[in-house]
Design a protein around this ligand. Structure first.
Ligand SMILES: NC(=O)c1ccc[n+]([C@@H]2O[C@H](COP(=O)([O-])OP(=O)(O)OC[C@H]3O[C@@H](n4cnc5c(N)ncnc54)[C@H](OP(=O)(O)O)[C@@H]3O)[C@@H](O)[C@H]2O)c1
Length: 198
């Protein structure tokens, strides 16, 4: 996010100079020359879901998700699609869904059966307009193709069965912007922007 975007952002993301931190090698990360985005809400343990549901629904985070992805391309797994209200694709976005099921059809969604097929389809779009929106398996598989991650970090530990890779332990991801601490009832959370460096 550049500074002009920061000024428009209601959460007043602050650009920060990333401190040096110990480097931990992550072998499964394969650098690709793409600039796609990830958007995710995580708890303190990088948990993202349980029983195919979100851990918590924070209205301001939902609004941020809606505003960030509207008019863009969203990439998701079949289980995430089915976790949406009535299992319907998101309005005003190009919905790309991964499933191994060759018979799977959903109105207003583009269905693909391998990561490679999705990457081929994504060549039609500006990669900066592509947002990987989950769930755990799709985040994991597409992380190597993303350079920006919008992470809502919720300061609470939930019971979870789906996790996002811990970017704080990855040598090439650094926080480049953060918001002031936000609250929703007694929950505290922060909007963070991570970028891949190097
Ligand atoms: N906190 C957040 O920001 C956030 C965002 C999104 C989702 N979530 C949570 O994440 C959880 C779901 O994550 P998940 O990992 O269980 O499910 P998922 O990633 O949404 O979907 C998994 C499904 O996608 C298909 N798939 C994945 N990789 C594929 C590949 N390489 N080729 C073909 N098909 C592929 C398969 O569908 P088939 O089984 O049909 O073959 C697989 O079962 C839920 O709890 C959800 O609420 C959290």
């Amino acid at each position: 996010m550049d500074i002009s975007q920061t000024v428009r952002n209601p959460f007043l993301l602050k650009i920060i100079i990333a401190p040096e931190r110990p480097k931990i090698k992550c072998d499964f990360i394969k650098r690709e020359n793409l600039n796609m985005n990830i958007i995710v809400a995580v708890d303190r343990n990088w948990g993202i879901g349980c029983n195919n549901k979100l851990l918590v629904s924070i209205p301001a985070d939902m609004k941020f998700f809606r505003e960030t992805t509207t008019g863009k391309v969203v990439v998701m797994g079949r289980r995430t699609l089915e976790s949406f209200p009535n299992g319907l694709p998101l309005k005003n976005r190009t919905n790309i869904v991964l499933t191994k099921n060759k018979d799977y059809r959903v109105k207003d969604a583009l269905i693909f059966h391998t990561v490679e097929e999705v990457l081929e389809e994504l060549k039609k779009y500006d990669s900066e307009d592509v947002y990987v929106i989950g769930g755990a398996s799709v985040y994991r598989q597409f992380l190597p193709y993303c350079d920006v991650a919008h992470v809502t970090k919720i300061d609470h530990v939930y019971q979870a069965d789906a996790y996002f890779p811990n970017l704080d332990e990855m040598e090439d991801w650094v926080v480049t912007a953060d918001s002031d601490e936000q609250t929703y009832f007694d929950l505290e959370y922060t909007f963070l922007k991570y970028e891949r460096h190097g």
